[in-house]
Design a protein around this ligand. Sequence first.
Ligand code: FPP
Length: 241
Amino acid sequence: MDQIAPERLPRHIAIIMDGNGRWAQKRALPRSMGHRAGVEALRKVVKTCSTLGIKVLTVYAFSTENWSRPKDEVGVLMTLLTEYLKKELQELHQNNVVIRAIGGIVDLPREAQRELENSIKRTSNNTGLILNLALNYGGRSEIINAVRTVCKDVLSGKQQIEAIDEEQFSNALFTRGLPDPDLMIRTSGEMRLSNFLLWQLAYTEIVVIEDLWPDFGEKTLIDAIKTYQKRDRRFGGIHTD
Ligand code: FPP
């Protein structure tokens, strides 16, 4: 951990937690066990981010496309979410973590919504790590949703078309108020965005890791941050020094 430069920590880390199914398959276990092990990995990563002083951690827990999985698997993922919130809330709260969510939350099962609302409310005055759960989330649908919001403001006369800018548009996204991710990590070696934070990742450094998500731990996270710190971020410009 002491090899990380504290002044160049990523403020916001986003993670595509991929490979739970393959992890289970390699061990001849049901996919549900892979997701269970995935929750355990998430628990550890939240702790490490909190200790390191990362401001925001956004995790892709359920995408708009994940509804197309077998009903049982969707059920397992929703149950794990509810269980995670029930079991971890106390500790997350004690660790000053703020829970937030992005995505179509109203379409989640009622029980999951209830736990989520409760966790968000309970932790809303905390000042530590923001744990942002992407649930029933899709980048394209988020952008369309934001376009609708802006159009309504134009129609009601609240917004001038010419005055629409990137900052205002960002404020119509679910991630309103959060900095864009500095670092996006994807596990299991896949080189895709999979509809994750399409607007917000414009200038994000991407680190793809071969490990499957359940094998991800403190060391892997620290290695990814070290890789990020070696990158030369130019945001489309050039260095003049
Ligand atoms: C991808 O693995 C992972 C998911 C679709 C879900 C991620 C969920 C968790 C880590 C646990 C639940 C989250 C919370 C917040 C409690 P995959 O199933 O696509 O793996 P595969 O590509 O190897 O099949």
